[in-house]
Design a protein around this ligand. Structure first.
Ligand SMILES: Nc1ncnc2c1ncn2[C@@H]1O[C@H](COP(=O)(O)OP(=O)(O)O)[C@@H](O)[C@H]1O
Ligand SMILES: [Mg+2]
Length: 209
């Protein structure tokens, strides 16, 4: 039985997902609340190997469907090995990227279709769907400035600005598909401002203290 709570962070490259998961970790540590932090793709030995395969710029001939299925394979392993056991034992799980990345990148930006990806996500997740998703809502025109350009060792980041604009639109589409689960938070303020709104939001829903 799924007794724990599952929170995911989403948004375009450079919006502050890693930064905000780290600040949330610090907040939970300082208030003695236990949580498991993971990132996608990855979070275990097999999925980290799949991550290398997906992100390697040399693999520029991966088909869109293969890419979507590799992300899903990495996710299936992460759920089976880490997320399901943690949630079953009542733990709080926090993941940097999850199913909405596949909706935005593969379903929308690659054009595979958001409904097809939604079906695939449901197959992969079963009962282990996120309880709440924090979508850090900032378009790529602003988020890439923060990063100071793209990471050339990452095949996805090397995509064109048009592609990343589509990813952003894909996130807006995911927000419309899941209006109760996905919460849009603006990361335009300082890191601390954003952390404070995230903590307040999670507290108001009883997900953290
Ligand atoms: N609120 C903020 N204001 C300004 N810069 C920020 C803010 N939040 C994060 N950054 C910076 O933006 C860059 C990208 O953040 P990061 O957390 O790595 O994004 P992501 O994990 O979403 O790609 C980092 O250099 C980070 O320090
Ligand atoms: Mg990151």
């Amino acid at each position: 039985m799924n007794k724990g709570k599952f929170i995911t962070f989403e948004g375009c490259e450079g919006v502050g997902k890693s930064c905000q998961t780290r600040l949330l970790k610090e907040y939970l540590n300082s208030t003695n609340q236990e949580a498991i932090f993971i990132r996608e793709p990855g979070g275990n030995a097999v999925s980290e190997k799949i991550r290398k395969l997906i992100l390697d710029p040399n693999n520029n001939d991966i088909t869109d469907l293969c890419e979507a299925m590799l992300y899903s394979a990495a996710r299936a392993q992460l759920i089976g090995q880490v997320i399901a056991p943690a949630l079953d034992s009542g733990k709080l799980v926090i993941c940097d990227r999850f199913i909405d990345s596949t909706i935005a990148y593969q379903g929308f930006a690659r054009g595979l279709g958001v409904d097809k990806i939604k079906t695939m996500n449901e197959l992969v997740c079963g009962e282990y769907m996120p309880d709440l998703t924090i979508f850090l809502d900032l378009p790529p025109s602003e988020s890439f400035k923060r990063k100071g350009g793209c990471d050339t060792s990452d095949r996805m980041e090397l995509e064109s600005i048009d592609f990343h604009n589509k990813v952003y639109e894909g996130y807006l589409e995911a927000s419309r598909m899941y209006p109760n689960r996905i919460v849009r938070i603006s990361p335009r303020g300082t890191k601390q401002d954003t952390n404070a709104s995230i903590v307040k939001n999670l507290q108001s829903r009883g997900l953290i203290k």
